[in-house]
Design a protein around this ligand. Structure first.
Ligand code: PLP
Length: 379
């Protein structure tokens, strides 16, 4: 099955008791047993819920994973991966990643004795240089948030596997429509489902996919033991959102491309970060591992000051000033003060995340209206 067909049908059957074409919302905390231990495969809703199971199967299919698990948020999915490690283990990640992941790694898990090292993963040799026998995980994010750098998943996976180290990829910015990390050799794919997958800015959720049964078993154990599961209503909303994921992504990509070029040619803009540009330093890798370049774009105004950036942000009318991304409506964000405020300034600046950087999540509105809004805001 191709992507659009899988989005609508993979793992989804009409409800056997009624024939309902839409997966029902099984709003229940427990299931009645015929006699002790004799049940229909469902005992308690932290462990299993039929609405969740359908979503997990569907998302696994979209990521070409054998197994999938949903979590209460992207962060709880990420946390589950790190909870498979032990004190003394080491993780290597990229210097430019979502601020919340950096905070989780350095402010929560370092206190339990797990060590995190951050390098520029665009250069896979740098990763290999710092792998030790304690390294257990390479945490990749590509495209990165918010600099839109691209990391070569195949090259990083080859290095990881050469040293017996697992590789996880945060695929949130690409969505499964544009990139499937497991096909490039990664062991684990993670999503903030909140973003493109749910797509309508009304749900917080996370996902982990893998084709390794031992890894999935660990995820299942932690999912059940820690209990960071999504509710059935949210699973229903995400299943509904996924039915148009391929159509939405096509429009995000089309609008993204037009806006990226508009900004690049605009006299009031200094630099634009978007992996679809032929002169983007990692364009060749983006072309190799992605099926399109998405609707996430960062840029800095020519007048590179905080004041100018604040003035620009206040002028947007159609783009809403808000955290998050990947919804149908366009958002504008200020990473230094919003999504990435938890990363110390000296670390942010090394990766190019200056105080004047503006991030756009280009929605699926009419492109002429989006361009007109951008133009009046940055002029
Ligand atoms: N990973 C990336 C790349 C993100 O942008 C985000 C949220 O912005 C997350 C993970 C965390 O996801 P959630 O907000 O669903 O917990």
């Amino acid at each position: 099955m191709k992507f659009g067909t899988k989005a609508l049908h993979a793992g989804i059957e009409p409800d056997p008791s009624t024939g309902a074409i839409m997966t029902p919302i099984f709003q229940t905390s427990t299931y009645v047993q015929d006699s002790p231990g004799v049940h229909k495969g469902y005992e308690y809703a932290r462990t299993q819920n039929p609405t969740r199971s359908v979503l997990e199967k569907n998302l696994a299919a979209l990521e070409n994973a054998k197994f999938g698990r949903c979590f209460a948020s992207g962060m709880s999915a990420t946390e589950t991966v790190i909870k498979t490690l032990r004190p003394g283990d080491e993780v290597i990640s990229t210097g430019d990643l979502y601020g919340g992941s950096f905070r989780l790694f350095t402010q929560i898990f370092e206190q339990f004795g797990i060590k995190f090292t951050f390098v520029d993963m665009r250069n896979p040799r740098k990763v290999e240089e710092i792998i030790t026998d304690k390294t257990k995980l390479l945490w990749v994010e590509t495209p990165t948030n918010p600099m839109l750098n691209i990391i070569d998943i195949e090259a990083i996976s080859a290095i990881g596997h050469k040293h017996g180290v697992k590789v996880a990829v945060d695929n949130t910015f690409a969505s499964p429509y544009l990139q499937n990390p497991l096909d490039q050799g990664a062991d684990i794919v993670m999503h903030s489902v909140t973003k493109y997958i749910a797509g309508h800015s009304d749900v917080i959720m996370g996902f982990l996919g893998t084709s390794d049964p031992a890894i999935d078993e660990q995820f299942g154990f932690i999912q059940n033991s820690s209990g960071a599961i999504p509710g059935p209503q949210d699973c229903f909303l995400v299943l509904r959102g996924i039915k148009t994921l391929h159509l939405r992504m096509q429009r995000h990509c089309e609008n993204g491309e037009k806006i990226a070029h508009f900004l690049k040619n605009h006299p009031a803009v200094k630099s634009v970060f978007w992996p679809g540009f032929e002169d983007h330093p990692n364009h060749a890798i983006a072309k190799k591992q992605m099926r399109g370049f998405g609707g996430m774009i960062s840029f800095t105004p020519k007048e590179d000051t905080i004041e100018k950036t604040e003035e620009t942000l206040n002028k947007f009318k159609l783009f809403s000033l808000a955290e998050s991304l990947g919804g149908v409506e366009s958002l504008v964000g200020y990473p230094a003060g919003m999504t990435h405020a938890s990363i110390p300034k000296e670390k942010r600046i090394v990766g190019g995340l200056t105080d004047s950087l503006i991030r756009l999540s280009v929605g699926i509105e009419d492109i002429d209206d989006l361009i007109a809004d951008l133009d009046q805001a940055i002029k």
